[in-house]
Each structure stands twice: as C-alpha cells, then as structure tokens.
Ligand binder design. Structure first.
Ligand code: PRP
Length: 206
C-alpha cells in the first residue's frame, strides 16, 4: 500500500488524474465528495486530501509516503523530505511587488507583508536590506494598498491580482512549480514502488 498526500483543490485534482493514468486510480475517488481519505479496492493505494501547505508535514512525519507540494512551501519550511520530481504544474513565481510608484528609502527598514517570512528574510538578508516582516495569511496585496507595508513577497501567477490593485513586480525571487516529494524512510522501504511512480509520471509529463 502506498499512501499519497494531495493538495486539496485544482492542482491536487490534476495530479490525481496523472496518477490515475499511470495505474494509481481509485474507484472511491469523486471530485464532489468531502471524504478526506480514499482507497482503491485492491488495497494498493490510499489518498489523503490535505491543505496545500500541510502536504510536507504529512510526508515528513510518514503519514504519507509521497505527496505533491509547491516549491514555495519547500523553500519556506525546508522539510526533511526527498524532492523527487518537478511535475511542471502550478507554475508561478515568488516576487517582490509594490505600488507602481514605490521608491525604496534605505534609511529605514523595509516593511514587507507576506505569508512567506523565511523566504522574504532570506532574500532581503542576501541583499543586505533591513526589513520588518508583517505576517499576513492571505490577500497579501492589501498590505501596500492600505499602507501597512511598503512591499509584498508573494506568489504571482497571471499577474491579475497585482494589476487590479495597481501594484507591479519589482523583483522575481524564484520560479515555483509543483514537486513530488517522498518521506525518507518510505523511500528506503518502498523504494521500488516509489521509483516506479516517479518513472511513470516522468514519462506522462514529458
Ligand atoms: C495567490 C497569491 C496572489 C494570487 C496571485 O493568492 O497570494 O494573491 O494568488 O495570482 P494571480 O497572479 O493569478 O492574480 P490565493 O488565490 O492563493 O489567495 P490568498 O490571497 O488567500 O493567498
């Protein structure tokens, strides 16, 4: 039995379809269902739907053998897992953005609104720039709009949220996409099966 943690939502559904195509489908699966765990009738695979930011927690603690998580989460929390494959899905970038007319004033710490505190701290310390983190949990773009921060560090996918709020990207920190990860001891004990999944997924996403 292989246990797989999938991020709830559109990305998780896409990944499930890829896994089903390579032989890991479940007869219990339904997009409408609110069930959080579902298994196939042969007892070969079991899926859990979890919050995207929690996938690496389940995998690191061994509740799931493998899972799918954004590179943004791996960069932010640095979980003790193996990163096995870039699935090329959920592509976006981690950026510094601000109001279009923003000018940096280096005589004062930069106020940075973000969900990704470690990522922001690491980036700005590499720039030698003092910052103050304003930790938000969503709608990060409101930080500069309402004046509680100078900039944001956040994910940009289409750029629509920035545009519609009169903000723009000043720096791209890095590219993000969904990654297949594995629990370290599962990779030892179920290595054959996990490598088989990686090889088959790599083939279908080519
Ligand atoms: C994410 C991100 C941006 C938005 C970017 O937010 O934090 O706000 O998507 O996408 P875009 O470039 O295509 O507009 P999400 O929808 O996850 O909601 P959140 O505000 O709760 O983080």
């Amino acid at each position: 039995m292989i246990n797989i943690a999938l991020p709830k939502g559109r990305l998780g559904e896409k990944v499930y379809k890829l896994l089903a195509r390579v032989g890991y489908g479940c007869d219990e699966y339904s997009e409408e269902s609110r069930k959080l765990v579902f298994k196939d009738s042969r007892g070969e695979v079991s899926y859990f739907w979890v919050k995207p930011a929690d996938v690496s927690v389940y995998v690191e603690l061994g509740a799931a053998d493998i899972g799918v998580v954004g590179k943004d989460i791996l960069n932010e929390y640095n979980p003790d897992v193996y990163e096995l494959l870039d699935l090329g899905l959920g592509k976006c970038s981690m950026c510094v953005a601000a109001k279009s007319d923003w000018k940096d004033d280096i005589s004062v710490p930069l106020r940075v609104a973000t969900k990704f505190s470690h990522t922001a701290e690491k980036y700005f310390s590499g720039q030698g720039r003092d910052i103050e983190i304003i930790k938000l949990n969503g709608s990060i773009e409101l930080g500069p709009v309402l004046g509680i921060s100078d900039v944001i560090v956040d994910i940009v996918e289409t750029g629509t949220t920035l545009r519609e709020n009169d903000l723009k990207v000043f720096t791209k920190i890095n590219d993000i996409s969904a990654r297949l990860i594995s629990n370290k001891s599962a990779y030892k004990f179920k290595g054959g099966e996990i490598k088989n999944i990686v090889a088959k997924l790599a083939e279908v996403i080519k």
